[in-house]
Design a protein around this ligand. Structure first.
Ligand SMILES: [Fe+2]
Length: 99
């Protein structure tokens, strides 16, 4: 079972922390993806309409957060952006061939 609380590491050097900021953004991205998985699983496990509406709305917001974090990661690591775009292009080309 996962821990509910994270303990803040105050030893980080805030004056030269590009690497730490990038790594934290990647970890935050994982957290957003995990949240989407959890919300969508919970959405599938209820027939309560109020719960479904709330959970569906929250899951959509998490997807916005994914986009925001991807933007941050791309701004901190241009190679990530280039590789993302390369992967997207490869996916689109492979799927164009299949359809
Ligand atoms: Fe979020």
């Amino acid at each position: 079972m996962k821990a509910i609380f994270n303990i803040l590491d105050t030893s980080a050097n805030k004056t030269n922390n590009h690497f730490l900021t990038l790594q934290n953004a990647r970890l935050d991205l994982v957290g957003e993806l995990e949240a989407i998985v959890q919300y969508e699983n919970h959405l599938m496990q209820t027939n309560n309409q109020a719960a479904q509406a709330a959970i569906r709305d929250i899951a959509k917001e998490e997807k916005v957060h994914v986009g925001q974090l991807m933007g941050l990661i791309f701004s901190l690591d241009i190679e990530s952006k280039e590789m993302f775009e390369k992967g997207l292009k490869e996916f689109n080309e492979e799927n164009k061939l299949k359809s």
